[in-house]
Design a protein. Structure first.
Length: 140
């Protein structure tokens, strides 16, 4: 499991990692959804494509995770698989991502909590000795 839940007084703090920025962002998304539902029970039946831009990697992480919450809140879609590519642009960074999942079935997915949003508190994206880390705090 390339993510851990960190101690936090009221909200949910997560550190995810991977061998690339994209992999760290994908694991951050998986960690967020794993806290809300049983992701091992979500079938990859519906795909959502994302293209996002931001001035910094930290802003891009917030944009990515917040964008994933929209179909969950509006359409009751939950995701369990994420493919993410991040590259630099003249103006900052661009993310091309894909989330795969299905409509929420409470009996099957066993909801266990709700992420309301992503905060800028504790937000960090960094590389250390070839490993990329994405850390964030979610409002629950």
């Amino acid at each position: 499991m390339p993510f851990v839940y960190l101690d936090h007084t009221a909200d949910l703090a997560i550190r995810a990692w991977g061998s690339s920025i994209g992999e760290a962002f994908a694991q951050a998304a998986l960690a967020m959804f794993s806290k809300m539902i049983r992701t091992d029970r979500v079938r990859p039946m519906i795909a959502r494509e994302y293209t996002l831009q931001a001035n910094s990697l930290r802003e891009l992480l917030v944009a990515w995770l917040a964008a994933l919450l929209v179909p969950k809140d509006v359409e009751d879609l939950v995701f369990s698989r994420f493919d993410v590519d991040v590259h630099t642009t003249e103006l900052g960074f661009e993310l091309c991502g894909r989330a795969l999942g299905e409509p929420l079935d409470a009996g099957h997915h066993e909801p266990s909590g709700e992420v309301k949003g992503i905060t800028y508190l504790g937000l960090d994206v960094r590389e250390e000795t070839g490993v990329w880390y994405a850390e964030f705090v979610a409002d629950v």
